[in-house]
Design a protein around this ligand. Sequence first.
Ligand SMILES: Cc1cc2nc3c(=O)[nH]c(=O)nc-3n(C[C@H](O)[C@H](O)[C@H](O)COP(=O)(O)OP(=O)(O)OC[C@H]3O[C@@H](n4cnc5c(N)ncnc54)[C@H](O)[C@@H]3O)c2cc1C
Length: 441
Amino acid sequence: MSASPKLRLAIVGGGIGGLTLAVALSHLRLDEFLHVDIYESAVKLTQVGAGIGVFPRAWEVLKDLGMAADLEARMAPSPLGIPKPKLAFSFRKSDERNGFPFFDLIIPGEYATYHRADLQEILLNHISSFVQSHLNHRLVNYNESKEEIELEFKNGETASCDMIVGADGINSVVRKVFLARIHGLDSSSEEAATNSAPVWSGTSVYRGLVDSEIIKRELPNHSALTTPLMYCGKNKHIVTYPVSQGRLINIVPFVSELEKEGSALRGPAIEEANLQDFVHLFAGWEDEVQCLIKNMNKVSRWAVQTVNPLDTHATERVILLGDAAHAMTPHLGSGAGQAIEDAHVFANLLDRLLRQGSRDIHRVSNAYTAIRRPIARSFVVGSRDQGIRYEFNAPGFEDIQEGDAIPPDRLRKLGKSIEEGWELPWKHSVRDDLQRALDIL
Ligand SMILES: Cc1cc2nc3c(=O)[nH]c(=O)nc-3n(C[C@H](O)[C@H](O)[C@H](O)COP(=O)(O)OP(=O)(O)OC[C@H]3O[C@@H](n4cnc5c(N)ncnc54)[C@H](O)[C@@H]3O)c2cc1C
Protein backbone atom coordinates (compact mmCIF):
# COMPACT_ATOMS: atom_id res chain seq x y z
CA MET A 1 0.00 0.00 0.00
CA SER A 2 1.12 3.59 -0.67
CA ALA A 3 1.83 5.41 2.60
CA SER A 4 0.37 8.86 1.86
CA PRO A 5 -3.37 9.49 1.52
CA LYS A 6 -4.83 8.92 -1.92
CA LEU A 7 -4.72 11.78 -4.40
CA ARG A 8 -8.28 12.95 -5.09
CA LEU A 9 -8.89 13.42 -8.79
CA ALA A 10 -12.13 14.97 -10.06
CA ILE A 11 -13.06 14.41 -13.71
CA VAL A 12 -15.69 16.90 -14.81
CA GLY A 13 -17.63 15.48 -17.77
CA GLY A 14 -18.45 11.91 -18.69
CA GLY A 15 -18.14 12.21 -22.46
CA ILE A 16 -15.68 10.21 -24.52
CA GLY A 17 -12.69 12.09 -23.07
CA GLY A 18 -13.74 11.77 -19.42
CA LEU A 19 -14.71 8.12 -19.79
CA THR A 20 -11.47 7.26 -21.58
CA LEU A 21 -9.54 8.84 -18.74
CA ALA A 22 -11.48 6.69 -16.27
CA VAL A 23 -10.70 3.62 -18.40
CA ALA A 24 -7.00 4.51 -18.55
CA LEU A 25 -6.76 5.01 -14.79
CA SER A 26 -8.58 1.71 -14.29
CA HIS A 27 -6.30 -0.06 -16.75
CA LEU A 28 -3.25 1.26 -14.88
CA ARG A 29 -4.77 -0.02 -11.61
CA LEU A 30 -4.22 3.24 -9.82
CA ASP A 31 -6.77 2.53 -7.10
CA GLU A 32 -3.91 2.17 -4.63
CA PHE A 33 -2.92 5.80 -5.18
CA LEU A 34 -6.02 7.56 -6.42
CA HIS A 35 -9.56 8.38 -5.50
CA VAL A 36 -11.45 9.25 -8.70
CA ASP A 37 -14.83 10.95 -9.05
CA ILE A 38 -16.57 11.71 -12.35
CA TYR A 39 -19.07 14.54 -12.19
CA GLU A 40 -21.45 14.59 -15.14
CA SER A 41 -24.19 17.15 -15.68
CA ALA A 42 -26.60 14.78 -17.41
CA VAL A 43 -28.95 12.59 -15.40
CA LYS A 44 -28.04 9.67 -17.67
CA LEU A 45 -24.87 9.06 -19.67
CA THR A 46 -25.90 9.31 -23.31
CA GLN A 47 -24.32 10.03 -26.65
CA VAL A 48 -25.82 11.85 -29.59
CA GLY A 49 -27.44 9.29 -31.96
CA ALA A 50 -24.72 9.48 -34.58
CA GLY A 51 -21.59 7.76 -35.78
CA ILE A 52 -17.99 8.24 -34.82
CA GLY A 53 -14.79 7.28 -36.60
CA VAL A 54 -11.84 6.00 -34.58
CA PHE A 55 -8.70 6.47 -36.67
CA PRO A 56 -5.29 4.79 -36.19
CA ARG A 57 -3.77 6.96 -33.47
CA ALA A 58 -6.85 6.74 -31.25
CA TRP A 59 -7.35 3.10 -32.20
CA GLU A 60 -3.84 2.33 -30.98
CA VAL A 61 -4.63 3.96 -27.63
CA LEU A 62 -7.89 2.07 -27.19
CA LYS A 63 -6.06 -1.13 -28.07
CA ASP A 64 -3.35 -0.35 -25.50
CA LEU A 65 -6.15 0.15 -22.98
CA GLY A 66 -7.32 -3.42 -23.55
CA MET A 67 -10.40 -2.72 -25.64
CA ALA A 68 -9.43 -4.25 -29.01
CA ALA A 69 -11.68 -7.32 -28.77
CA ASP A 70 -14.75 -5.32 -27.76
CA LEU A 71 -14.10 -2.74 -30.46
CA GLU A 72 -13.65 -5.36 -33.14
CA ALA A 73 -16.91 -7.03 -32.15
CA ARG A 74 -18.83 -3.80 -32.80
CA MET A 75 -17.16 -2.78 -36.06
CA ALA A 76 -19.19 -1.97 -39.14
CA PRO A 77 -18.36 -4.30 -42.04
CA SER A 78 -15.79 -2.94 -44.43
CA PRO A 79 -15.85 -3.49 -48.19
CA LEU A 80 -12.18 -4.35 -48.19
CA GLY A 81 -12.40 -6.27 -44.95
CA ILE A 82 -10.29 -6.08 -41.86
CA PRO A 83 -7.41 -5.92 -41.20
CA LYS A 84 -5.59 -3.00 -42.66
CA PRO A 85 -5.16 -1.25 -44.96
CA LYS A 86 -8.67 -0.41 -46.00
CA LEU A 87 -10.75 2.18 -47.71
CA ALA A 88 -11.43 5.03 -45.32
CA PHE A 89 -13.52 7.17 -47.66
CA SER A 90 -14.36 7.22 -51.31
CA PHE A 91 -14.56 10.88 -52.40
CA ARG A 92 -17.09 11.78 -55.08
CA LYS A 93 -17.82 14.96 -56.96
CA SER A 94 -21.53 14.98 -56.24
CA ASP A 95 -22.88 18.49 -56.84
CA GLU A 96 -24.15 17.49 -60.27
CA ARG A 97 -26.68 14.91 -61.49
CA ASN A 98 -24.03 12.44 -62.64
CA GLY A 99 -21.63 12.37 -59.75
CA PHE A 100 -18.38 10.43 -60.01
CA PRO A 101 -15.54 9.24 -57.76
CA PHE A 102 -12.36 11.29 -57.86
CA PHE A 103 -10.25 9.88 -55.05
CA ASP A 104 -10.11 6.90 -52.67
CA LEU A 105 -8.53 7.44 -49.29
CA ILE A 106 -6.81 4.30 -48.05
CA ILE A 107 -5.61 4.48 -44.46
CA PRO A 108 -2.66 2.16 -43.84
CA GLY A 109 -3.57 1.47 -40.25
CA GLU A 110 -6.41 0.13 -38.16
CA TYR A 111 -9.54 2.20 -37.90
CA ALA A 112 -13.25 1.66 -37.53
CA THR A 113 -16.56 3.46 -37.37
CA TYR A 114 -19.08 3.11 -34.57
CA HIS A 115 -22.41 4.14 -33.29
CA ARG A 116 -21.51 6.53 -30.46
CA ALA A 117 -23.67 4.63 -27.99
CA ASP A 118 -21.71 1.44 -28.76
CA LEU A 119 -18.39 3.16 -28.12
CA GLN A 120 -19.67 4.64 -24.87
CA GLU A 121 -20.90 1.23 -23.71
CA ILE A 122 -17.50 -0.33 -24.41
CA LEU A 123 -15.78 2.42 -22.41
CA LEU A 124 -18.19 2.06 -19.49
CA ASN A 125 -17.54 -1.69 -19.38
CA HIS A 126 -13.84 -1.03 -18.86
CA ILE A 127 -14.10 1.29 -15.86
CA SER A 128 -13.19 -0.16 -12.46
CA SER A 129 -15.37 0.27 -9.42
CA PHE A 130 -12.88 2.58 -7.68
CA VAL A 131 -14.08 5.32 -10.08
CA GLN A 132 -17.21 6.87 -8.61
CA SER A 133 -19.76 8.44 -10.98
CA HIS A 134 -22.00 11.31 -9.94
CA LEU A 135 -24.74 12.09 -12.45
CA ASN A 136 -26.82 15.26 -12.33
CA HIS A 137 -23.74 17.17 -11.12
CA ARG A 138 -23.28 20.22 -13.34
CA LEU A 139 -20.17 22.12 -12.29
CA VAL A 140 -20.82 25.85 -12.04
CA ASN A 141 -17.57 27.01 -10.46
CA TYR A 142 -14.45 25.90 -8.67
CA ASN A 143 -12.20 27.65 -6.18
CA GLU A 144 -8.57 26.78 -5.81
CA SER A 145 -6.78 27.23 -2.50
CA LYS A 146 -3.25 26.20 -1.65
CA GLU A 147 -4.46 22.90 -0.18
CA GLU A 148 -7.28 21.81 -2.47
CA ILE A 149 -9.94 22.69 -5.03
CA GLU A 150 -13.54 23.14 -4.04
CA LEU A 151 -16.13 22.29 -6.67
CA GLU A 152 -19.59 23.88 -6.77
CA PHE A 153 -22.47 22.20 -8.55
CA LYS A 154 -25.74 23.51 -9.85
CA ASN A 155 -27.65 21.06 -7.62
CA GLY A 156 -26.26 22.91 -4.57
CA GLU A 157 -23.72 20.25 -3.65
CA THR A 158 -20.02 20.87 -3.21
CA ALA A 159 -17.02 18.54 -3.31
CA SER A 160 -13.28 18.87 -2.97
CA CYS A 161 -10.33 17.38 -4.78
CA ASP A 162 -6.57 17.75 -5.22
CA MET A 163 -6.63 17.87 -9.02
CA ILE A 164 -9.39 18.58 -11.50
CA VAL A 165 -9.68 17.46 -15.11
CA GLY A 166 -12.01 19.58 -17.24
CA ALA A 167 -13.43 17.08 -19.73
CA ASP A 168 -16.65 19.07 -19.92
CA GLY A 169 -16.74 19.67 -23.64
CA ILE A 170 -16.81 22.68 -25.89
CA ASN A 171 -18.68 24.95 -23.44
CA SER A 172 -16.40 23.92 -20.60
CA VAL A 173 -17.00 25.63 -17.26
CA VAL A 174 -13.58 24.43 -16.13
CA ARG A 175 -12.02 26.27 -19.10
CA LYS A 176 -13.93 29.44 -18.22
CA VAL A 177 -12.68 29.47 -14.63
CA PHE A 178 -9.20 28.32 -15.69
CA LEU A 179 -8.84 31.20 -18.18
CA ALA A 180 -10.37 33.71 -15.78
CA ARG A 181 -7.76 32.81 -13.17
CA ILE A 182 -4.93 33.10 -15.69
CA HIS A 183 -6.17 36.49 -16.90
CA GLY A 184 -7.10 37.82 -13.47
CA LEU A 185 -10.83 38.01 -14.25
CA ASP A 186 -13.82 37.34 -12.05
CA SER A 187 -14.94 33.91 -13.31
CA SER A 188 -18.61 34.86 -13.05
CA SER A 189 -18.14 38.01 -15.14
CA GLU A 190 -19.38 38.62 -18.67
CA GLU A 191 -15.77 39.18 -19.73
CA ALA A 192 -14.73 35.73 -18.48
CA ALA A 193 -17.61 34.14 -20.41
CA THR A 194 -16.71 36.00 -23.61
CA ASN A 195 -13.03 35.22 -23.18
CA SER A 196 -13.73 31.50 -23.02
CA ALA A 197 -16.61 31.24 -25.51
CA PRO A 198 -16.21 29.00 -28.56
CA VAL A 199 -16.42 30.53 -32.02
CA TRP A 200 -18.46 29.43 -35.01
CA SER A 201 -16.61 27.84 -37.92
CA GLY A 202 -19.26 29.08 -40.37
CA THR A 203 -20.39 25.49 -40.91
CA SER A 204 -23.65 23.84 -39.89
CA VAL A 205 -24.02 20.13 -39.84
CA TYR A 206 -27.12 17.95 -39.92
CA ARG A 207 -26.71 14.66 -38.11
CA GLY A 208 -28.91 11.63 -38.48
CA LEU A 209 -29.02 7.90 -39.07
CA VAL A 210 -31.01 5.88 -41.55
CA ASP A 211 -32.01 2.22 -41.51
CA SER A 212 -29.96 0.46 -44.21
CA GLU A 213 -33.03 -1.58 -45.27
CA ILE A 214 -34.80 1.59 -46.40
CA ILE A 215 -31.88 2.53 -48.65
CA LYS A 216 -31.55 -1.07 -49.91
CA ARG A 217 -35.21 -1.09 -50.98
CA GLU A 218 -34.84 2.18 -52.87
CA LEU A 219 -31.37 1.79 -54.40
CA PRO A 220 -30.13 -1.79 -53.82
CA ASN A 221 -26.64 -0.95 -55.06
CA HIS A 222 -26.32 2.28 -53.13
CA SER A 223 -22.59 2.68 -52.39
CA ALA A 224 -23.26 3.99 -48.87
CA LEU A 225 -24.52 0.53 -47.83
CA THR A 226 -20.98 -0.81 -47.82
CA THR A 227 -18.58 2.08 -48.40
CA PRO A 228 -17.72 5.12 -46.30
CA LEU A 229 -18.24 8.10 -48.58
CA MET A 230 -17.60 11.81 -48.90
CA TYR A 231 -20.04 13.37 -51.35
CA CYS A 232 -18.32 16.68 -52.17
CA GLY A 233 -19.58 19.89 -53.71
CA LYS A 234 -19.07 23.63 -53.52
CA ASN A 235 -19.49 24.88 -49.93
CA LYS A 236 -21.15 21.59 -48.92
CA HIS A 237 -20.30 17.97 -48.40
CA ILE A 238 -21.89 14.86 -46.94
CA VAL A 239 -20.11 12.20 -44.92
CA THR A 240 -21.70 8.76 -44.70
CA TYR A 241 -20.60 5.47 -43.26
CA PRO A 242 -22.26 2.29 -42.00
CA VAL A 243 -22.46 1.76 -38.23
CA SER A 244 -23.88 -0.90 -35.87
CA GLN A 245 -22.55 -3.75 -38.03
CA GLY A 246 -24.12 -2.13 -41.10
CA ARG A 247 -27.70 -2.02 -39.80
CA LEU A 248 -27.64 1.78 -39.87
CA ILE A 249 -25.99 4.39 -42.04
CA ASN A 250 -24.64 7.54 -40.42
CA ILE A 251 -25.37 10.54 -42.65
CA VAL A 252 -23.85 13.93 -42.01
CA PRO A 253 -24.48 16.79 -44.46
CA PHE A 254 -22.30 19.88 -43.93
CA VAL A 255 -23.25 23.36 -45.18
CA SER A 256 -20.66 26.14 -44.95
CA GLU A 257 -20.67 29.92 -45.10
CA LEU A 258 -16.94 30.54 -45.07
CA GLU A 259 -17.27 34.28 -44.66
CA LYS A 260 -18.82 33.67 -41.21
CA GLU A 261 -15.85 31.65 -39.93
CA GLY A 262 -14.66 32.93 -36.55
CA SER A 263 -17.84 34.88 -35.81
CA ALA A 264 -19.88 34.55 -32.64
CA LEU A 265 -22.74 32.14 -33.11
CA ARG A 266 -26.22 33.63 -33.41
CA GLY A 267 -28.95 31.20 -32.43
CA PRO A 268 -28.72 27.79 -30.84
CA ALA A 269 -25.66 25.57 -31.19
CA ILE A 270 -27.81 22.45 -31.37
CA GLU A 271 -31.45 22.14 -32.37
CA GLU A 272 -33.88 19.69 -33.86
CA ALA A 273 -34.05 20.02 -37.61
CA ASN A 274 -36.49 19.13 -40.37
CA LEU A 275 -35.60 17.72 -43.74
CA GLN A 276 -37.12 20.86 -45.33
CA ASP A 277 -34.36 22.90 -43.65
CA PHE A 278 -31.64 21.45 -45.84
CA VAL A 279 -32.80 18.94 -48.47
CA HIS A 280 -33.34 21.76 -50.99
CA LEU A 281 -29.69 22.82 -50.58
CA PHE A 282 -28.69 19.58 -52.31
CA ALA A 283 -31.36 19.76 -55.04
CA GLY A 284 -29.00 19.49 -58.01
CA TRP A 285 -26.85 16.73 -56.48
CA GLU A 286 -26.59 13.12 -57.64
CA ASP A 287 -29.31 10.52 -56.96
CA GLU A 288 -27.43 8.67 -54.21
CA VAL A 289 -27.36 11.88 -52.22
CA GLN A 290 -31.06 12.57 -52.74
CA CYS A 291 -31.91 9.04 -51.63
CA LEU A 292 -29.89 9.35 -48.42
CA ILE A 293 -30.89 12.76 -47.20
CA LYS A 294 -34.61 12.45 -47.79
CA ASN A 295 -34.61 9.32 -45.61
CA MET A 296 -32.67 10.81 -42.69
CA ASN A 297 -34.30 10.21 -39.36
CA LYS A 298 -34.43 12.30 -36.16
CA VAL A 299 -32.17 14.97 -37.56
CA SER A 300 -30.42 17.53 -35.41
CA ARG A 301 -28.58 20.63 -36.62
CA TRP A 302 -25.27 21.46 -34.98
CA ALA A 303 -23.33 24.64 -35.46
CA VAL A 304 -19.73 23.46 -35.78
CA GLN A 305 -17.81 25.50 -33.22
CA THR A 306 -14.17 25.54 -32.22
CA VAL A 307 -12.14 26.76 -29.26
CA ASN A 308 -9.60 29.49 -29.94
CA PRO A 309 -6.03 28.30 -29.26
CA LEU A 310 -5.10 28.39 -25.58
CA ASP A 311 -1.61 29.28 -24.32
CA THR A 312 -1.65 26.26 -22.05
CA HIS A 313 -3.87 23.22 -21.43
CA ALA A 314 -2.90 22.86 -17.78
CA THR A 315 -1.94 24.74 -14.65
CA GLU A 316 -0.58 22.92 -11.63
CA ARG A 317 -3.83 21.32 -10.43
CA VAL A 318 -6.14 21.91 -13.38
CA ILE A 319 -6.04 19.98 -16.64
CA LEU A 320 -8.14 20.66 -19.72
CA LEU A 321 -8.86 17.60 -21.82
CA GLY A 322 -10.65 17.00 -25.14
CA ASP A 323 -13.05 19.57 -26.55
CA ALA A 324 -12.68 21.67 -23.40
CA ALA A 325 -9.09 22.36 -24.50
CA HIS A 326 -9.19 22.14 -28.27
CA ALA A 327 -12.61 21.63 -29.88
CA MET A 328 -12.04 21.38 -33.61
CA THR A 329 -14.00 20.96 -36.81
CA PRO A 330 -14.80 17.30 -37.53
CA HIS A 331 -13.11 17.11 -40.96
CA LEU A 332 -10.43 14.68 -39.78
CA GLY A 333 -12.84 12.78 -37.55
CA SER A 334 -10.41 13.32 -34.72
CA GLY A 335 -11.95 15.48 -31.97
CA ALA A 336 -12.76 12.46 -29.84
CA GLY A 337 -9.50 10.85 -30.93
CA GLN A 338 -7.60 13.81 -29.54
CA ALA A 339 -9.59 13.60 -26.30
CA ILE A 340 -8.64 9.90 -26.12
CA GLU A 341 -4.96 10.78 -26.62
CA ASP A 342 -5.12 13.49 -23.93
CA ALA A 343 -6.61 10.98 -21.51
CA HIS A 344 -4.01 8.33 -22.26
CA VAL A 345 -1.01 10.64 -21.92
CA PHE A 346 -2.32 12.28 -18.76
CA ALA A 347 -3.16 8.94 -17.09
CA ASN A 348 0.28 7.50 -17.86
CA LEU A 349 2.07 10.60 -16.59
CA LEU A 350 0.11 10.44 -13.38
CA ASP A 351 0.84 6.73 -13.10
CA ARG A 352 4.58 7.30 -13.45
CA LEU A 353 4.58 10.15 -10.93
CA LEU A 354 2.55 8.32 -8.31
CA ARG A 355 4.52 5.10 -8.68
CA GLN A 356 7.70 7.13 -8.14
CA GLY A 357 6.17 8.08 -4.80
CA SER A 358 5.97 11.73 -5.80
CA ARG A 359 3.07 14.18 -5.37
CA ASP A 360 4.60 16.93 -7.51
CA ILE A 361 1.59 17.09 -9.80
CA HIS A 362 2.89 20.20 -11.52
CA ARG A 363 5.37 17.86 -13.26
CA VAL A 364 2.44 15.98 -14.80
CA SER A 365 0.72 19.21 -15.84
CA ASN A 366 3.89 20.58 -17.43
CA ALA A 367 4.67 17.43 -19.39
CA TYR A 368 1.02 17.03 -20.44
CA THR A 369 0.64 20.50 -21.90
CA ALA A 370 4.14 20.47 -23.44
CA ILE A 371 3.35 17.37 -25.47
CA ARG A 372 -0.39 17.41 -26.01
CA ARG A 373 -0.99 21.08 -26.81
CA PRO A 374 1.02 21.29 -30.06
CA ILE A 375 -0.31 17.97 -31.32
CA ALA A 376 -3.93 18.88 -30.66
CA ARG A 377 -3.28 22.25 -32.30
CA SER A 378 -1.99 20.55 -35.45
CA PHE A 379 -5.27 18.61 -35.63
CA VAL A 380 -7.30 21.81 -35.20
CA VAL A 381 -5.47 23.42 -38.12
CA GLY A 382 -5.37 20.24 -40.22
CA SER A 383 -9.10 19.63 -39.74
CA ARG A 384 -9.95 23.13 -40.83
CA ASP A 385 -7.85 22.78 -43.97
CA GLN A 386 -9.51 19.48 -44.90
CA GLY A 387 -12.98 21.05 -44.69
CA ILE A 388 -11.83 23.72 -47.13
CA ARG A 389 -10.64 21.01 -49.54
CA TYR A 390 -13.76 18.81 -49.29
CA GLU A 391 -15.92 21.79 -50.28
CA PHE A 392 -13.88 22.94 -53.27
CA ASN A 393 -12.60 26.05 -51.48
CA ALA A 394 -8.89 25.18 -51.49
CA PRO A 395 -6.52 27.68 -53.12
CA GLY A 396 -7.04 27.47 -56.88
CA PHE A 397 -10.74 26.65 -56.55
CA GLU A 398 -11.93 30.23 -56.00
CA ASP A 399 -13.55 30.35 -59.44
CA ILE A 400 -15.52 27.11 -59.00
CA GLN A 401 -19.29 27.41 -58.54
CA GLU A 402 -21.70 24.67 -57.45
CA GLY A 403 -22.16 22.10 -60.22
CA ASP A 404 -19.23 23.38 -62.32
CA ALA A 405 -17.14 20.82 -64.14
CA ILE A 406 -13.63 20.62 -62.61
CA PRO A 407 -10.77 19.43 -64.84
CA PRO A 408 -9.53 15.93 -63.87
CA ASP A 409 -5.98 17.07 -63.11
CA ARG A 410 -7.28 19.63 -60.59
CA LEU A 411 -9.39 16.96 -58.92
CA ARG A 412 -6.40 14.63 -58.91
CA LYS A 413 -4.26 17.26 -57.17
CA LEU A 414 -7.06 17.93 -54.74
CA GLY A 415 -7.20 14.21 -53.94
CA LYS A 416 -3.46 14.24 -53.31
CA SER A 417 -3.67 17.15 -50.87
CA ILE A 418 -6.61 15.49 -49.08
CA GLU A 419 -4.50 12.36 -48.77
CA GLU A 420 -1.58 14.31 -47.33
CA GLY A 421 -3.93 16.10 -44.92
CA TRP A 422 -5.13 12.71 -43.65
CA GLU A 423 -1.63 11.66 -42.60
CA LEU A 424 -2.09 13.39 -39.24
CA PRO A 425 -4.33 10.72 -37.69
CA TRP A 426 -2.04 7.86 -38.67
CA LYS A 427 1.50 8.85 -39.59
CA HIS A 428 2.96 9.11 -36.10
CA SER A 429 2.34 6.96 -33.07
CA VAL A 430 0.90 8.13 -29.77
CA ARG A 431 3.29 5.71 -28.09
CA ASP A 432 6.20 7.95 -29.19
CA ASP A 433 4.42 11.06 -27.90
CA LEU A 434 3.80 9.34 -24.60
CA GLN A 435 7.47 8.41 -24.33
CA ARG A 436 8.44 12.05 -24.96
CA ALA A 437 5.99 13.15 -22.27
CA LEU A 438 7.42 10.62 -19.80
CA ASP A 439 10.92 11.84 -20.64
CA ILE A 440 9.88 15.40 -19.76
CA LEU A 441 8.35 14.24 -16.47
C1 LIG B 1 -20.62 16.28 -36.74
C2 LIG B 1 -19.50 15.81 -35.88
C3 LIG B 1 -18.85 14.64 -36.23
C4 LIG B 1 -17.76 14.20 -35.47
N1 LIG B 1 -17.14 13.06 -35.82
C5 LIG B 1 -16.06 12.64 -35.13
C6 LIG B 1 -15.38 11.44 -35.49
O1 LIG B 1 -15.74 10.75 -36.45
N2 LIG B 1 -14.29 11.07 -34.77
C7 LIG B 1 -13.86 11.82 -33.71
O2 LIG B 1 -12.84 11.45 -33.09
N3 LIG B 1 -14.49 12.95 -33.33
C8 LIG B 1 -15.58 13.38 -34.00
N4 LIG B 1 -16.24 14.50 -33.62
C9 LIG B 1 -15.75 15.27 -32.45
C10 LIG B 1 -16.18 14.61 -31.15
O3 LIG B 1 -17.57 14.43 -31.10
C11 LIG B 1 -15.77 15.47 -29.97
O4 LIG B 1 -14.48 15.97 -30.17
C12 LIG B 1 -15.79 14.63 -28.70
O5 LIG B 1 -17.09 14.19 -28.41
C13 LIG B 1 -15.23 15.42 -27.54
O6 LIG B 1 -15.27 14.63 -26.38
P1 LIG B 1 -15.20 15.31 -24.95
O7 LIG B 1 -15.30 14.19 -23.99
O8 LIG B 1 -14.05 16.24 -24.90
O9 LIG B 1 -16.49 16.24 -24.88
P2 LIG B 1 -18.02 15.84 -24.91
O10 LIG B 1 -18.24 14.62 -25.71
O11 LIG B 1 -18.76 17.06 -25.32
O12 LIG B 1 -18.37 15.47 -23.42
C14 LIG B 1 -18.46 16.45 -22.42
C15 LIG B 1 -19.28 15.87 -21.28
O13 LIG B 1 -19.27 16.81 -20.21
C16 LIG B 1 -20.59 16.99 -19.74
N5 LIG B 1 -20.63 18.35 -19.20
C17 LIG B 1 -20.69 19.51 -19.90
N6 LIG B 1 -20.66 20.55 -19.07
C18 LIG B 1 -20.58 20.06 -17.82
C19 LIG B 1 -20.51 20.65 -16.53
N7 LIG B 1 -20.50 21.98 -16.36
N8 LIG B 1 -20.43 19.84 -15.44
C20 LIG B 1 -20.42 18.48 -15.59
N9 LIG B 1 -20.49 17.87 -16.79
C21 LIG B 1 -20.56 18.65 -17.89
C22 LIG B 1 -21.47 16.76 -20.93
O14 LIG B 1 -22.78 16.41 -20.57
C23 LIG B 1 -20.73 15.63 -21.64
O15 LIG B 1 -21.12 14.38 -21.17
C24 LIG B 1 -17.34 14.96 -34.35
C25 LIG B 1 -18.02 16.12 -33.99
C26 LIG B 1 -19.08 16.55 -34.74
C27 LIG B 1 -19.80 17.82 -34.35
